[in-house]
Write a protein that binds this ligand. Structure first.
Ligand code: IPM
Ligand code: MG
Length: 393
């Protein structure tokens, strides 16, 4: 708890937020540990703290309980002020015939919490321009927000199954959207564009898909309320090309679930590594402090490097900053974390994914925990004092 003696003249008593954290599988536990330490440090410096509740979701939950997520754990996520999520997925559940898979839990969590919009900001730290395979001159000014619809489309449409027929096996997935589902995420994207460079690219495949044609129609309807925002409709294939050819032209991108999944991994190449990109998943529900939400790096569980202290924790740390901003209204602390990440990178700290061809000349190669330490040190240095660290669990 915050010591009341520390709050200036009793004006701010400090708040204790209830956060659920989900370490998950693979590198999830390592990156989430680094992220929690940074959030704790930000809390110490900005006069708030956390009550943490750990839950098992994903492969670890299948191992422990036989299901990827228990109902009571979904309820705990709903009851918390926000959910801080590592990564899930384990090759031992990759068998195409497996009845339960870790990823089912993440989809059920997104759906169960009504988190229809996934915000994936993409920017390029100037000191990391050389880490991207994209020519440096193209990376200047890259600053976009990908708004991915998260609870509809091919991920959730029914039927989704394989069938045996006299002619052999057949399979179906369904891309379904209601007007309401499209409209709410499109409106959110317009709102975000309004607060930025006022440019919206709506990405679809309207030359082929009916779902995209309704999507386009609704964007046209919603845009009447946003005359200050310039909208363009882009076909997903050509947009994928432009993301590499002219990445700096994009401001806000809004698109359906699977297109957003693919385009955001592609866009991470601009940032130098998949390990750099955070995300916020939000819906309509508010808590006492902000929007209820789930915050996770866009990368997966990377089982091949799990347990080796080499994963880049920055995507998770930046997801923590988004959590502070969107769910807790702690904008100053969020800004401070983002500045601290920039400072750690400028100071030369690099996890292996950020080293170009392993070249560490003049840089400080670090592992997951040491990168977390570097960000914490930068955070503390910025306020000119060293916050007393308490052990996390
Ligand atoms: C992501 C991931 C997930 C998705 C997987 C793990 C189910 O790729 O968050 O982008 O496809 O949504
Ligand atoms: Mg993905």
């Amino acid at each position: 708890m915050t010591d009341p003696a520390n709050s200036a003249g009793g004006v701010s008593a400090g708040t204790t937020y209830n956060l659920v954290f989900v370490p998950g599988d693979g590198i999830g536990p390592e990156v989430i540990a680094a992220g929690r330490r940074v959030l704790e440090a930000a809390g110490r410096l900005h006069d708030f703290d956390f009550r943490w509740h750990e839950i098992l979701i994903g492969g670890v939950a299948i191992d422990a309980y036989g299901v990827p997520m228990r109902d009571e754990d979904l309820a705990a996520c709903a009851a918390a002020d926000a959910v801080y999520f590592g990564a899930i997925g384990d090759p031992k559940y990759d068998d195409p015939k497996a009845k339960v898979r870790p990823e089912q839990a993440l989809l059920a969590l997104r759906k169960g919490l009504g988190l229809y919009a996934n915000l994936r900001p993409v920017s390029v730290q100037p000191v990391l321009r050389a880490s991207s395979p994209v020519r440096e001159s193209l990376l200047e000014g890259v600053d976009m927000m990908i708004v991915r619809e998260l609870t509809g489309g091919l991920y959730f449409g029914k039927p989704s199954e394989q069938r045996d027929t006299p002619a052999g096996r057949e399979v179906v997935d369904t891309l379904a959207y209601t007007e309401h589902e499209i409209r709410r995420v499109v409106k959110l994207a317009f709102e975000l564009a309004r607060g930025r460079r006022k440019k919206l690219a709506s990405v679809d495949k309207a030359n082929v898909l009916s779902s995209s044609r309704l999507w386009r129609t609704i964007v046209e309807e919603v845009k009447v309320d946003y005359p200050d925002v310039t909208v363009e409709h882009r076909l997903v294939d050509s947009c994928a090309m432009s993301l590499i050819q002219q990445p700096a032209v994009f401001d806000v991108i809004v698109t359906e679930n699977l297109f957003g999944d693919i385009l955001s991994d592609e866009a991470s190449v601009l940032a130098g590594s998949l390990g750099m990109l955070p995300s916020a998943s939000i819906g309509e529900r508010h808590t006492n402090y902000g929007l209820h939400g789930l915050y996770e790096p866009i990368h997966g569980s990377a089982p091949y490097i799990a347990g080796q202290d080499v994963a880049n924790p920055i995507a998770t740390i930046l997801s923590g900053a988004m959590l502070l901003r969107w769910s807790l209204g702690q904008d100053a602390a969020a800004d401070a974390i983002e500045r601290a990440v920039t400072a750690a990178l400028t100071g030369g700290y690099r996890t292996p994914d950020l080293l170009v061809a392993g070249n560490a000349d003049g840089l400080s190669p670090v592992g997951t925990q040491a990168m977390g330490d570097a960000v914490m040190a930068a955070l503390e240095a910025a306020v000119g004092g060293v916050a007393q660290e308490e052990p996390v669990r």
